[in-house]
Design a protein around this ligand. Structure first.
Ligand code: ADP
Ligand code: ZN
Length: 731
């Protein structure tokens, strides 16, 4: 008698374990990994994915699989093991891991939901809409994944027009969504004739070409200063990989913000007809399924996309490129909190692929690995065509008070640039007119009733808005505290800066780039085009202006308030500031004309500035490493952040302290810090506390999280526990 076939199934329930079932379909119908099944669970019937199968004598008492929902596996064999490893590492339910990985519409499509209604899902990306309802729905979709329309309209009154708007802005897609941006919108044609490589590019490719031939894991950091031609290296490596018949995955932080890079790949590698798929927000559910199937069936050999593309179902990858590897957009910040850069490395390790992590400002952890020779180091120290890096100077604002946001030095430089007909770019990392309204009689600041942080003032639209929950209020005429009439906008945001510039330079053509002005789907590529064709003299914006652009005519970059990023209460604030300042500086002088950068600060002696001025990543790394090492912070230690939240203050406080006690008693070789109120101690009306787990190595952290799943006290209803492994921001 032959032994029964038993299969391991990841069910679509919030459970970390997989479950065993009998395979009742016999030999003719082999149990392949990746099949979508229906299985009995308790008294219910649920969906699940087949991960593994084997013959086993211990089939007694097991229930049998009810149905094979679709005969075609949805992912290849090696990915089943990958999913299990990922779920285990992030301590996240495996069913949710897989449903996050799949194109949202695939599951909805296959599950043959009787209602042929549209399905909505959130796009990758960190952009935030402005309306409160828009935020609520987007957040819900990010958390829950693909959702049928009916469910959304019953959950949120008046959801239909809001959904329409979110789709138009490219933040949400629907199953039968319209086609997205076409090739012509990629802002500017790119030569399809490759340039002659610089000696440095040549050297780098001389290392990459032979490693591509081998089928072994070969990770590299491509550390190239801004304008050093990293993209050209990606293109050549991809061409080579393709020539060798290898599969290629290219990750970018946000596809909508990288039209130029996508366009260059399309021109050089032959686009969609040649087996390339670009996963972007304009694709409909059907197109996504097609791309997924195309990869499964080996018709597609090159995928470019944002973080979720790391799950593209290649059976075996040959080359993985992670552009701007330091970007926080690779970390999913809700639900299943994975980091696509880290997962890209894992996949490459499993598949024996070459990996290129590219950046001008690598994350500390990546550079640390390069120093330890765990990954190869490929430097590009010069800009292409021997163009100089821009000259960076500080404008010391300490003991000075300015009329507006601009120092006389910056005003003069802007005026000179205008006269010469060259473009300028100004970075101010704050939206709105001013970050708060302050009562000059009693010092009261108008705050959000739900989040307790100051409300941003928008003068043009005359409203106050919370940047966390989107609560909108009318600006009061008198102070709610002392009834005085001395309420004044304090500090400057991009809107105010734009007004100041308009008054100073009435003839200049101004434009603004921030998430308030970039809400339309085409707004971003249009702005990129206007910059490239020289229709803008001064571009004002938030960190969006710092990202990857290649505008040849920008010769002046001004940073209005460097201190705003530098002094955020987060241990990574110096790293973020260094990266932002270097990246934005890197937008200057990329063409034939040399560039200049003026950085306004009240703390000119901070060590970050020395490294930015000297274009010296390593000096920054060394100083920052000393601090991280002393504190046991990454990359010299490992963290898990646990946030406990809920509506009722007392219940949350009580359960977080009980929970922390439990962690304290269970922890071995793990430091349990807190509980402490989160920096955003109240968010969208919920009280929030955090507990930070810190350890010199990972295994003790994973052991503790394993115990947590099994034996921690259950939180009372209404209290939520969120676990974030390798957290990036801890607000
Ligand atoms: P990075 O990503 O390193 O900042 P890019 O890849 O955007 O730099 O390249 C900067 C500019 O230099 C682009 O306009 C690109 O077309 C051009 N470029 C790249 N390599 C070469 C080369 N070998 N010769 C001439 N121009 C080049
Ligand atoms: Zn709020």
């Amino acid at each position: 008698m032959s032994l029964p076939v038993i299969v391991q199934v990841a069910v679509f329930l919030p459970l970390t374990k997989t479950f065993s079932y009998l395979w009742p379909f016999g030999e003719q119908c082999p149990p392949s990994p990746g099949l979508l099944l229906r299985v009995p669970f308790g008294s219910r019937s649920v969906f699940g994915f087949l991960l593994r199968a084997g013959k086993d004598g211990r089939g007694d008492g097991l229930k049998a699989v009810t149905e094979i929902v679709d005969g075609e596996p949805l992912f290849p064999l090696p990915m089943a093991a990958f999913f299990e490893r990922v779920a285990h590492y992030y301590h996240h339910p495996i069913g949710e891991v897989i449903s996050t990985a799949l194109p949202p519409s695939i599951f909805a499509h296959l599950s043959k939901d009787p209602a042929p209604e549209p399905i909505y899902f959130a796009e990758d990306g960190t952009a935030e809409p402005t309306g409160r309802k828009q935020r609520q729905i987007l957040e819900w979709l990010r958390r829950h994944g693909a959702t049928p329309r009916r469910q959304l309209t019953s959950q949120f009154a008046g959801a239909a027009p809001v959904l329409k708007r979110l789709v138009a802005m490219g933040m949400v897609s629907r199953e039968d969504g319209r086609k997205g941006w076409t090739e012509s919108q990629g802002a500017g044609r790119e030569e399809s004739i490759p340039p002659r490589l610089t000696p440095e590019q040549e050297e780098v490719l001389n290392i990459l070409r032979p490693t591509l031939v081998h089928d072994s894991f070969a990770p590299f950091l491509l550390h190239g200063v801004t304008g050093s031609g990293k993209t050209e290296v990606y293109l050549r490596a991809a061409e080579e990989a393709r020539r060798l018949g290898k599969k290629i995955l290219i990750l970018v932080p946000e596809i909508a913000l990288t039209p130029q890079l996508v366009e260059r790949f399309r021109n050089r590698l032959g686009g969609e007809e040649k087996g390339m798929a670009v996963l972007h927000s304009g694709l409909s559910g059907g197109e996504r399924r097609k791309a997924w199937k195309g990869v499964m069936e080996k018709r597609i050999d090159l995928v470019i996309g944002a973080r979720s593309s790391v799950f593209a179902p290649f059976d075996r990858l040959g080359l993985v490129i992670v552009d701007e590897e330091h970007e926080s957009g690779y970390k999913q910040s809700e639900g299943f909190r994975y980091n696509a850069r880290d997962l890209a490395l894992w996949r490459a390790q499993i598949d024996g692929a070459t990996v290129i992590l590219g950046s001008a400002t690598p994350s500390l952890s990546t550079f640390h690995r390069a120093r330890q020779v765990k990954i190869g180091y490929l430097p590009l120290r010069c800009r292409v065509l021997s163009r100089p890096l821009p000259e960076v100077v500080l404008v010391d604002l300490s003991r000075r008070s300015l009329q507006g946001a601009l120092s006389p030095e910056l005003v003069t430089a802007l005026g000179d640039n205008l006269k010469r007909g060259e473009q300028s770019l100004l970075l101010l990392n704050r939206r709105g007119f001013s970050p708060f309204l302050l009562c000059h009689d009693c010092g009261t600041v108008i705050r959000c009733p739900r989040c307790e942080i100051s409300l941003t003032y928008y003068r043009r639209r005359s409203l106050l808005r919370c940047h966390y929950c989107d609560t909108v209020a009318e600006p009061p005429d008198t102070c709610p505290q002392c009834r005085g009439s001395n309420l004044k906008p304090c500090g400057a945001g991009t809107e105010r800066l734009e007004e100041e510039l308009a008054a100073l330079f009435p003839d200049a053509r101004l434009a603004r780039m921030d998430s308030d002005s970039m809400t339309r789907r085409d707004a971003y590529p249009e702005m990129v085009k206007r910059m490239r064709t020289g229709e803008v003299d001064i571009l004002v914006g938030t960190q969006m202006v710092a990202k990857g652009h290649d505008f040849a005519r920008v010769t002046l970059v001004g940073v209005i308030d460097a201190d705003a990023t530098l002094f955020l209460p987060d241990f990574r604030s110096a790293e973020r500031a260094f990266s932002l300042l270097t990246q934005v500086s890197g937008r200057a002088g990329r063409g034939v004309l040399p560039g200049r950068v003026l950085i306004q600060t009240r703390n000119p002696s901070h060590y970050v500035f020395g490294s930015v001025i000297g274009h010296d990543y390593e000096s920054f790394f060394d100083q920052e490493s000393d601090f991280r090492r002393d504190m046991g912070y990454p990359p010299f230690g490992h963290l898990v952040n646990i946030v406990v939240s809920g509506e009722k203050d007392a219940t949350v406080e009580e359960s977080v302290s009980r929970f922390a006690d439990w962690l304290q008693s269970a922890a071995k070789e793990v430091e349990v810090l807190g509980p402490a109120p989160c920096l955003l101690s109240r968010l969208r009306g919920k009280r929030r506390f955090q507990i930070l787990l810190k350890s010199a190595s990972r295994p003790p952290l994973h052991r503790l999280l394993g115990l947590l799943e099994e034996g921690a006290p259950r939180p009372p209803t209404g209290v939520k526990i969120m676990v974030d492994v390798d957290p990036l921001d801890m607000f």
